[in-house]
Design a protein around this ligand. Structure first.
Ligand code: LMR
Length: 396
């Protein structure tokens, strides 16, 4: 039977890890997969995480199952982080958290929930979006559509976005990136979020807010503006949250699907459905990452250490954005790439074309996604002049 099965190309983002590791160029630079890197190119374990793990090693008393919704303590610490300590949605007891294997797992939970419980509804993603959004929603069998987000000149196409959302069929699902838009780095202003809310309301859409980078844009609270606006203004909202990046626990697969309903009764109904979706996919989520997060967020001391480290990471990325544009100045390219300093989060849509990205890889050992997406965290003061020179060579 297997003889009819064809080989398919690997994932374009994860494939870059392997290609980069194989490259023997001593000057190679990895601007590919979205993991944070320090000034030495490492992805270290955060100090707060190490301390939490030491406590877990000492105090953990069981490895038994944690249940389909995961560790209840995890929901208790993540919901206030995402929605705000004083969120009316929390006070109204109309929100539920289902822990998942990372943000990807939360998206798949949302997708399967939509497919089963909202039959016939389409889902709308930004163009461009994280490529795995397409894979996840298609795998779940949901009709997939796109709305414009970045124009041909590599700028946020907000008018195009609004015009397209205003035509989405009533009741469909619209995926919104809470912050640090992946892949573009173009985020919405507060006024733009308000406009999106207006249109979402008019069309009676269900927002699915993908919140994978809380704390990487402008701050934990600032980055939550759009997600909280939706949560507080609408009866029904889905949010996928991830601790992969902001706690640096990528491989521990720690995230959750947050479901907001009109009232407690409806919330409990959909919560029961989420448990079934989780059970049928993987039964229980992994526990180590959520235990780390709980340990940190329930200790004032560890939480303070973690917040400082997150601030360091965010400041480093935002500083690199400015330094990157400065490094391009000697080549007269600073105006062409000025948007890099304005974008937010790990990623920047550089505006480089696929053949230019190939040139960077082949001639300089610089790796980024062929869409022109660069992980800014992969830059460092040592490699900036090299990367700037390579870009000048690619665009000439
Ligand atoms: C990325 O976009 O690079 C990250 O979200 C990692 C991934 O899973 O694709």
């Amino acid at each position: 039977m297997f003889e009819q099965i064809e080989r398919v190309p690997g994932d374009a983002i994860l494939g870059l890890i392997e290609a980069f590791n194989k490259d023997t160029n001593p000057q190679k630079v990895d601007l590919g997969v979205g993991v944070y890197r320090d000034a030495h190119g490492n992805t270290p374990i955060m100090r707060a995480v190490k301390q939490a793990e030491a406590l877990l090693l000492k105090n953990e008393i069981t490895k038994s199952y944690i249940g389909s919704h995961g560790d209840p303590r995890y929901g208790q610490v993540i919901l206030p982080m995402v929605l705000g300590e004083d969120s009316p949605v929390l006070a109204e007891k109309r929100v539920s958290a289902t822990q998942s294997p990372g943000g990807t797992g939360a998206l798949r939970l949302a997708a399967d929930f939509i497919k089963t419980n909202l039959p016939g509804k389409g889902i709308w993603v930004s163009d461009p979006t994280w490529p795995n959004h397409l894979g996840i929603f298609q795998a779940a069998g949901i009709p997939l559509h796109k709305y414009p987000y970045v124009d041909a000149e590599n700028r946020l196409d907000f008018d195009g976005m609004i015009a397209a959302i205003a035509k989405i069929p009533h009741g469909d699902v619209v995926v919104l990136h809470a912050c640090c838009h992946n892949p573009s780095g173009f985020d919405l202003s507060k006024d733009q979020w308000k406009k999106v809310l207006e249109v979402v309301r008019e069309r009676d859409l269900l927002p699915l807010v993908d919140f994978a980078y809380q704390g990487f844009g402008d701050g934990l609270e600032e980055d939550a503006y759009g997600a909280r606006l939706m949560a507080e203004s609408l009866d029904e909202v889905l949010i996928t949250s991830s601790c992969s990046k902001n706690f640096g626990i990528y491989r521990e697969r720690t995230g959750c699907l947050i479901a907001i309903a009109k009232n407690t009764e409806q919330m409990e109904n959909i919560r029961s459905q989420m448990a079934i979706v989780a059970r049928e996919n993987y039964s229980n989520p992994p526990a180590h990452g959520s235990a780390i997060v709980c340990e940190i967020l329930t200790s004032a001391e560890l939480a303070a250490v973690w917040r400082d480290e997150l601030t360091e990471m965010r400041d480093r990325i935002n500083g690199l954005r400015r330094d990157f544009v400065d490094a391009l100045k000697p080549y007269g390219l600073d105006a062409q790439f000025a948007h890099i300093a304005e974008q937010r989060g790990m990623f920047s849509y550089t505006g480089l074309k696929p053949d230019q990205v190939d040139h960077l890889r082949d001639e300089f050992g610089i790796y980024m996604v062929r869409s022109g997406r660069a992980n800014v965290a992969g830059l460092a003061s040592e490699n900036l002049p090299y990367v700037a020179k390579a870009i000048a060579s690619a665009v000439k």
